[in-house]
Ligand binder design. Structure first.
Ligand SMILES: [Mg+2]
Length: 260
């Protein structure tokens, strides 16, 4: 019998890196399955759908249950559908995110004067004109959201700017902070994950490679947290960090020892 009734697992740096399954990932997932702990995969990637991650891990023989994958894109689309379903969304973000929003029934506009809501996210074509247009949209005093707070993200070529960098530029020119940043570790993300699992947060285990998103999400919901060292965080980063995990694992393969 394990103390946990559910687990929320990060994907990049925790289960996979690029197209590669990380060492220990298969063993860790098997240990959760053997202990009867349902697992939700939750990525802060705002340019991918939940189905993308289901397919990506399925390619490595890892099955993900229906509804048990989330990304910051799907959380954002769900939230905006519920709270601003008929709004025109002015997006600083990538075409794939625009398609995810549109598939959720949302309208995306490229015209700052038509914006009812402004959404900021990673945009690898972001430039001065895009910032000037976002500034005009934000001058209209409309709700301002971000998909995820990650200022930098790992990429094939090293670390690159993420959504948080676009949001910082938008915040600077608008003179105001986003009303909410919807991915991990927000309250909205915590509620989305827990409702998918139907789990009691105090009996939930949150595992990931980032202190500021994964471990912070677990702390916010009152879950038990485990940091894996297979991703962006190493032991030196832990010294003096204000977010502290309950457990530190070399990789997901060690998760079994938390389940006994
Ligand atoms: Mg990660």
């Amino acid at each position: 019998m394990t103390a946990y009734e559910a687990a929320i697992l990060d994907v990049d740096g925790t289960i996979v890196r690029g197209e590669r399954l990380l060492p220990g990932a298969a063993a860790g997932l098997r240990a959760l399955d053997d202990a009867g702990v349902p697992r939700l995969l939750f990525s802060n990637n705002p340019t991918r759908s939940a189905d993308h991650y289901r397919d990506r891990v399925a390619a490595h023989g890892v099955a993900v249950g229906e509804g048990l994958a989330l990304t910051s894109a799907t959380v954002t689309a769900d939230y905006l559908s519920r709270s601003h379903g008929s709004a025109s969304i002015y997006l600083v973000g990538e075409a794939r995110l625009a398609r995810i929003l549109e598939r959720a029934g949302l309208e995306v506009t490229g015209e700052p004067a038509d914006a009812d809501v402004v959404l900021g996210s990673i945009d690898r074509e972001f430039d001065y004109d895009a910032l000037a247009a976002a500034m005009r949209a934000l001058e209209r005093d409309v709700p301002f959201y971000g998909t995820d707070p990650d200022v930098t993200i790992p990429a094939g070529e090293g670390t690159v700017p993420g959504s948080g960098a676009m949001l910082a530029a938008m915040t600077a020119v608008a003179g105001r902070e986003p009303d909410a940043i919807l991915g991990k570790p927000s309250e909205i993300a915590a509620e989305a994950a827990l409702s998918r699992l139907g789990a009691d947060p105090s009996r939930t285990l949150v595992v990931g490679d980032r202190l500021d998103t994964d471990v912070a999400l677990g702390d916010r919901m009152g879950a038990t947290t485990a940091l894996v060292l297979s991703g962006i965080t190493d032991r030196e980063d832990l010294d003096g960090a204000d977010v502290r995990p309950d457990h530190v694992l070399e990789d997901l393969g060690d998760v079994g020892r938390l389940l006994d």
